[in-house]
Design a protein around this ligand. Structure first.
Ligand code: ADP
Ligand code: MG
Length: 697
């Protein structure tokens, strides 16, 4: 369907707008008539009930309807003037007050005087309170009631409350929307065919637009929102379904089947049994990799659940099948750690493993790349340095991306371009709330490790004073354990913050000169970082003071104390990750959150963290508190803005929309049936040219 051109018209040409106001609306990201119609209220205020004046009591805003008996104006002081109307509704009368900033130049009440002539029927809305003349209403909104029965917009109905910006007033915007809906809503082409709407109990689009702005009832409003949100999610899921089916139809992947040449000896020398959750996800991954379609799987597992050996198993399957594997980690520290872990785990196996980070020298790097391209390296581990142009493989069978949330979707796409169609496994320790798993990661299949390896001593979390936390550090060290002390730093590139952290490190290490301290932050040279981590792993460093570079993945089982300074400056998910650095061995571990925060939000967050170690619960809570930004990160660039849909609340609706979208594509993969044409058109309108987990339309 071609949108009628009028919807694309610039707002400037709407009555009462003009260039100056159009520029203001632009600040709200509103340029066309269509944008305006889809600028939904942030909430509604139900002002349908009129309170008889006789029943009015002091309290929050109420609406009263009556006739103006009189209207007078008097200066209140040098700055404020007061307009007072006496309103009568047959049950009594009440004074309604308008405050205006005084002006010497003009009569600030000129327009009110004209509108509030005695005898005028009016609705006023505002809180009632006792004043000098008895009960009075402080007017927040009002509207004259026309004798022709024209509908009111600001009172006497369910009133929309819009997001505003400086210079755009609520009343003006309401009136603008009212007029735009009257003139244009009927011309908005329906995007969902009748049958489809009937099947999913969805209201028509034009009707929904009217009802989400100026609803006849709250039920009608909810129904409108449901339709509009469903539509957003439906087309998003349709896009995801197409990305998936394109990938499946695209260049085939090399199927991998276990010969057990490597996997069996690996498992036998591991020293422990896989947990049943690990076994289950390994089976899911192997089943995917056995197919000639490329795997796209998300592996979720809380910190310490043992994702690394799952990744190793999958990579060994690729190598057994005569292919290469790559593992991409978000930081150099983590890439190096993985490299060391891999070397240990693969000791004695005929597997060549190499590390590629930005820090390698030129010559060394070139030699390494030649080997990778010649197929002489089986497993290449690295940071995003793996994404560089000159990195090539002979036959890349599997890419594992660790701690996916640190990477953008775009980077994920980059690595996928490296080989015709490798299998892809992305791993994350940040539990992803369901709504996001269904949208943001909706093109991926999901595996979850929902069980920790046996014998883990639970981590206890305390919100405490610095002195207590440091005493605990000393105690732990005297028992042979190690500790982390983490300083807040929003970004590793924050120089001021880093300076403060280094200074704090100096203060603490002077306070406890008998402990062996080390310092680690993101701006240190790669070999410095490497040597600090190695010394910490070896136990030479007892207390590692660090910035949040150590947030993800770092695995030192002897570390049993985590101290987080100014803990309130971190989000829930991040604190959970930091806490996950301890409790990785058999030792009873403690996490100390040092904070003097008093704000209700911080108090609640820190308490919740002390009360639970359930990552999913914390992630859900973080999503509710801070919105999806924290999870989305880079990926946001691909995700269209949701205007009616709500990633926090709409779990069931998202599922329904997803089912509908996947059902549709399973019947008509490329939407070529004539009856599916409207879906394809709308999908193109929304996603054309958008690179979003791959090309959609
Ligand atoms: P994460 O999922 O956070 O990446 P890791 O893979 O680093 O977790 O594993 C955490 C620790 O648990 C490692 O020291 C690892 O050796 C150990 N581990 C993993 N799986 C098991 C298991 N099945 N039994 C015992 N220990 C395990
Ligand atoms: Mg890990």
């Amino acid at each position: 369907m071609i949108a009628s051109p009028a919807l694309g018209n610039s707002l400037q040409y709407l009555k009462g707008v003009g260039p100056r106001r159009a520029a203001l609306l632009k600040k709200l990201d509103l340029s066309s008539v269509r944008d305006l119609l889809f600028h939904f209220p942030r909430e509604h205020d139900d002002r349908t009930r009129r309170t008889p004046i006789r029943d009015l009591r002091p309290g929050p805003a109420r609406s009263v309807q009556g006739k103006i008996v009189a209207f007078d104006v008097a200066p209140l002081n040098r700055f404020l003037s007061l307009g007072t109307a006496v309103i009568s509704d047959g049950t009594g009368s009440v004074r309604a007050l308008w405050f205006r900033r005084s002006s010497f130049r003009f009569d600030v009440f000129a327009s009110l005087k004209k509108r509030l002539l005695p005898g005028t029927e009016i609705i006023v809305h505002g809180p009632a309170e006792f004043g000098r003349g008895g009960l009075q209403i402080r007017v927040e909104d009002f509207e004259a009631v026309s004798s022709e029965g024209d509908p009111t917009l600001h009172a006497g109905r369910i009133v929309p409350v819009y997001p505003l910006t400086e210079g755009v007033e609520m009343r003006w915007l309401r009136e603008l929307l009212w007029a735009a809906l009257r003139d244009y809503a009927g011309g908005v082409p329906e995007t969902l065919p009748d049958d489809f709407r009937r099947d999913h109990d969805l209201a028509p689009l034009a009707e929904s637009l009217r009802q989400i702005h100026f609803p006849d009832s709250l039920t009608a409003r909810d129904r409108a929102r449901r339709r509009l949100a469903f539509e957003e999610f439906f087309f998003l899921e349709l896009a995801l379904a197409r990305v998936r089916s394109r990938r499946e139809e695209g260049p085939p992947a090399a199927p991998c089947s276990p010969t057990r040449k490597l996997l069996t000896p690996f498992r036998e020398t591991l020293g422990y049994e896989f947990t049943s959750a690990q076994k289950r996800v390994i089976n899911e991954i192997f089943a995917d990799m056995a197919r000639p379609q490329p795997m796209s799987r998300l592996l979720q597992g809380d910190v310490g659940s043992g994702k690394t050996v799952v990744a190793v198993s999958a990579l060994l399957l690729a190598v057994e099948s005569g292919l290469q594997g790559a593992l991409m980690a978000p930081t150099e520290i983590l890439a190096e750690q993985h490299f060391r872990t891999f070397k240990k785990l693969l000791d004695g196996l005929p597997v060549t493993c190499a590390l590629l980070t930005g820090a390698r020298g030129k010559k060394e790097r070139r030699a390494l790349l030649e080997k990778a391209a010649a197929g002489e390296i089986d497993l290449l581990i690295g940071t995003h340095a793996l994404l560089q142009q000159d990195v090539a493989f002979k036959g890349l069978g599997l890419i594992v991306i660790d701690e996916q949330h640190r990477f953008g979707v775009r980077q994920r796409g980059e690595l996928q371009k490296k080989s015709t169609s490798p299998h892809v496994l992305v791993m994350t320790a940040t539990p992803i709330p369901r709504t996001l798993a269904l949208t943001l990661y909706g093109d991926l299949s999901t595996s979850v490790i929902d069980e920790l390896p046996p014998g883990r001593a639970p981590i206890r979390t305390h919100w405490t004073l610095e002195s207590n936390a440091l005493a605990a550090v000393r105690r732990a060290v005297s028992e042979g354990r190690q500790a982390y002390v983490v300083f807040p730093l929003v970004e590793e590139s924050d120089k001021m913050g880093l300076k403060a952290a280094v200074k704090e490190y100096g203060r603490l290490s002077n306070l406890f000169p008998d402990l062996r301290w080390g310092l680690l932050h993101g701006r240190m040279k790669a070999d410095e970082k490497e040597s600090v981590m190695a010394r910490f792993k070896a136990g030479e460093i007892q207390v590692l003071a660090a910035t949040p570079v150590i947030e993800v993945g770092v695995d030192v089982p002897n570390a049993a104390v985590m101290v987080v300074m100014d803990a309130d400056r971190f989000g829930l998910a991040q604190l959970h990750q930091l806490r996950g650095r301890v409790g990785r061995g058999v030792h009873a571990s403690n996490c100390y959150l040092v904070s003097e925060a008093k704000s209700a939000d911080a108090v609640e967050r820190l308490r919740l963290l002390c009360a639970t170690t359930d990552g999913f619960r914390l992630a859900e809570d973080d999503l509710r508190r801070r919105g999806p930004g924290e999870f989305i990160g880079e990926a946001q660039h691909g995700l269209p803005a949701l205007k009616a849909g709500d990633l926090v609340r709409d779990t069931d609706l998202i599922q329904e929309a997803r089912d509908a979208a996947f059902a549709l594509t399973s019947q008509d993969q490329s939407l070529q049936r004539p009856e599916d044409r409207p879906f394809l058109d709308e999908l193109r309108r929304l996603y054309a040219g958008r690179l979003f987990f791959g090309r959609v339309a």
